[in-house]
Design a protein around this ligand. Structure first.
Ligand code: PGA
Length: 252
């Protein structure tokens, strides 16, 4: 079975102590994940080692970075490289979240470079794509997301592409409480898988495609039960232990 992933995206929330408490509350429940299931916690950089230490020996639990540099190393004050992440054993990195695209001018080309850096270091990119409301309103979401994928990812080899996780996050659903319906999510996930299939063939069947945008304890089962939805990238609801535990339990 394709990997199913519940990924928490803490964004720029929680103090260090609150982060510790949240992780402890989640780990205390001791949810045993199946072989194909994974819980990933994308925490702020200064919390990575703490999260890594806490999750360390728990099977199928992993810490993730929320971003990395598109440069390998050097005079880039304030940046964190994929090599640095790898040196503390981080195996996942969220890339191209819409907030980074919007507020930090990330674009498809720089995201291609970031993806490359992660792949070089054996870090799985969780590559975010998704359309704004203005695009959805004119029903152009498929071509919009296609351009994002083509410009950032479609030059990679099938072997590299098989190591990527995709997160479809319609921007109009992020942090708004306005979730895409299960049908809207499935339609876009099927479209993304179709694009991957057209370009890469069978390997498309093994690539997890997560849904993000107001995933909650109350809608996770319905969303995750869609055939092409392989879990979620969860913001707000990942900050509440009970909610994220419910979302983890909703994985196929
Ligand atoms: P949300 O955020 O769950 O708060 O909508 C999702 C995300 O931005 O990844």
């Amino acid at each position: 079975m394709r990997k199913q992933i519940a990924a928490a995206n803490w964004k720029m929330n929680l103090t260090y102590q609150q982060g510790e408490e949240l992780l402890d509350a989640i780990l205390k429940e001791n949810i045993e994940l199946k072989e194909h299931q994974q819980a990933v916690f994308a925490v702020p950089f200064p919390y990575l080692i703490m999260a890594q230490t806490r999750l360390g020996n728990k099977k199928n639990y992993a810490a993730a970075a929320q971003n990395c540099s598109d440069q390998p190393a050097g005079a880039y004050t304030g940046e964190v490289s994929a090599e640095m992440l790898r040196s503390i054993n981080i195996r996942y990195c969220v890339l191209g979240h819409s907030e980074r695209r919007e507020y930090f001018s990330e674009h498809n080309q720089s995201l291609a470079a970031k993806t490359q850096r992660c792949l070089e270091r054996g870090i799985t990119p969780i590559f975010c794509c998704g359309e704004p409301l203005s695009i959805r309103e004119v029903d152009a979401q498929e071509s919009f997301v296609e351009a994002q994928l083509k410009e950032s990812l479609f030059h990679f080899s099938p072997e590299d592409i098989s190591k990527i996780v995709i997160a479809y996050e319609p921007i109009w659903a992020i942090g708004t409480g306005k979730t895409a319906s299960a049908q809207q999510a499935q339609e876009m996930h099927a479209c993304i898988r179709g694009l991957l299939k057209a370009k890469y063939g069978q390997v498309a069947d093994s690539i997890p495609i997560l849904y993000g945008g107001s995933v909650k304890a109350g809608n996770a089962v319905e969303l995750f039960s869609c055939p092409d939805v392989d879990g979620g990238l969860v913001g707000g609801a990942s900050l509440v232990a009970a909610d994220f535990l419910t979302i983890m339990r909703a994985l196929k």
